[in-house]
Write a protein that binds this ligand. Structure first.
Ligand code: B1M
Length: 298
C-alpha cells in the first residue's frame, strides 16, 4: 500500500493534529510506502518510534541519531538530521574511536594491528580501552550517549580484550594459591574484573571466577569450600558498594582467614577502608601485587 498520509481530515480544522496519529495507525496496519514531508517533525517522530518499537531499527541506531538531532525541550520545533552517537571521536586513536562507536570487529582488528606493531597488551588496556570506555561513560552521564550505545561499546571493548587475552605472554609460573573473584550483587559490570582475572592467572593464581551479580552467600561459600586465602571483589556503581560491604562482613564471619581486596571505578582507598576491606587496588596490577604479598606471607 502507498498513501499520501496528510490527505485526510474530512474538513475538520487544524488537520495537522490528526496527521501523525493517522500515520501511526496506518503504519500499525503495515502501510508500506508513506508519502510524507520528511521535515514534518511530528511525522518523523512517529516514524522513528514505530520502527524502534517494532524491531525495525537495529540497536535503535536511527532513533538515537534522530533523537540526538532534536533540541532538549522543544522537540516539535526541530528539523531531523542525524548527528552520530553524540561523542566527538576525531581526536581519538582508531582503536578508541572503534570502541566509542561500538564497532566490535574494527576494535578487534585495530587491537591486533597494534599488538603486531609491538604494543604492550596491558598498556593497550590502560591507554586505549579504559579511556574509550570513560569517554562513553561521560557521554552517558551527560545524556549524549544512550544505553544501547553503552552496550555496543562494552561489546567492542570485549572484542578488543579477547584479542589482548589471546596475545598475553603465558605466565608459566608455578601455581600459587586460590583466589576467589566476583563482581558483587546487583552489578553486572565485569570488564575490569575480567582484566584482574587475566593478570592473576598470568601470575600463577588459581582464580575461581564467580562472574557478576554474585550474592554475598555464594562468594562466602566458595571461599570456605576452597579455604581460599584471598578474595577479590569488584563494584562499579555507588548503588552496589553496599553489597560489597555486606560481602566483606559475611566473609569476616564465615572465612576470617581470608584477605579481601576490592576495586572498581567508584571506589577510593578511604571508601575501601570504611567498608572493612583489607586492601584497595586502583587497578588490576595492584590487585596482583597485593595477592603476591599475601601469598609470600602464607
Ligand atoms: Co554502566 N555505569 N551501567 N554499563 N558503565 C558506569 C559504571 C557509570 C559510571 C556510567 C556513568 O554514568 N558515567 C554508571 C554508574 C554511576 C554510579 O553509580 N556512580 C553506570 C550505570 C548507571 C549503569 C546502568 C545502571 C545504566 C542503566 O541501565 N541505566 C547499568 C547497570 C547495570 C547493573 O550493573 N545492574 C549499566 C550497564 C552497563 C553496560 C552493561 C552497558 C556496560 C557494562 C558491560 C560489562 O561490564 N560487561 C557498562 C559500561 C561499559 C560502563 C562504563 C562506561 C565503563 C565501565 C568499564 O568497563 N570500564 C562505566 C563508566 C566508567 O567507568 N567510566 C559505566 C573499564 C574497566 C576496565 O574499568 O571496571 O573500573 P573498571 O576496572 C579498572 C579498575 O577500577 C580496577 O581495575 C581495572 C583497570 O585495571 N578494578 C579492580 C576493577 N575491579 C577491580 C577489582 C580488583 C582490583 C582492581 O580487585 C578484586
Amino acid at each position: 500500500t502507498s498513501l499520501g498520509v496528510s490527505n485526510f481530515s474530512f474538513g475538520l480544522p487544524k488537520r495537522y493534529i490528526f496527521n501523525s496519529t493517522f500515520f501511526s495507525i496506518a503504519l500499525s496496519h503495515w502501510l508500506s510506502a508513506a508519502i510524507i514531508n520528511p521535515f514534518y517533525v511530528e511525522m518523523m517522530k512517529v516514524y522513528h518510534a514505530f520502527c524502534t518499537l517494532n524491531g525495525l531499527d537495529e540497536s535503535c541506531k536511527a532513533y538515537i541519531d534522530y533523537a540526538s538531532s532534536l533540541p532538549q525541550y522543544t522537540p516539535s520545533a526541530a528539523v531531523p538530521g542525524g548527528s552520530g552517537n553524540g561523542v566527538v571521536t576525531e581526536e581519538k586513536s582508531e582503536l578508541q574511536s572503534a570502541v566509542i562507536k561500538g564497532l566490535g570487529e574494527s576494535a578487534a582488528a585495530k587491537t591486533a594491528l597494534l599488538l603486531n606493531a609491538g604494543k604492550d597488551p596491558l598498556s593497550l588496556v590502560e591507554e586505549e580501552i579504559i579511556p574509550a570506555l570513560n569517554t562513553v561513560g561521560e557521554g552517558f552521564e551527560a545524556k549524549r550517549v544512550y544505553l544501547p550505545q553503552l552496550l555496543m561499546s562494552a561489546e567492542a571493548a570485549g572484542a578488543a580484550f579477547e584479542v589482548i587475552k589471546a596475545n598475553m605472554p603465558k605466565g608459566g609460573s608455578a601455581k600459587k594459591c586460590d583466589f576467589v573473584l566476583a563482581t558483587v550483587k546487583g552489578d553486572i559490570h565485569d570488564i575490569g574484573k575480567n582484566i584482574v582475572k587475566l593478570l592473576l592467572q598470568n601470575y600463577g593464581f588459581e582464580v575461581s571466577d564467580l562472574g557478576r551479580d554474585v550474592p554475598p552467600e555464594e562468594i562466602a561459600r566458595e571461599v570456605v569450600r576452597l579455604h581460599a586465602p584471598l578474595a577479590g571483589l569488584s563494584a562499579l556503581m555507588t548503588t552496589t558498594v553496599p553489597a560489597m560491604e555486606e560481602t566483606i562482613q559475611l566473609l569476616r564471619l564465615e572465612a576470617p582467614w581470608c584477605k579481601v581486596v576490592v576495586g572498581g571505578a567508584v571506589l577510593t582507598k578511604e571508601y575501601a577502608d570504611a567498608i572493612g576491606a583489607d586492601h584497595y587496588a586502583k587497578d588490576a596490577m595492584e590487585a596482583v601485587r597485593y595477592a603476591e604479598a599475601v601469598f609470600a606471607g602464607i
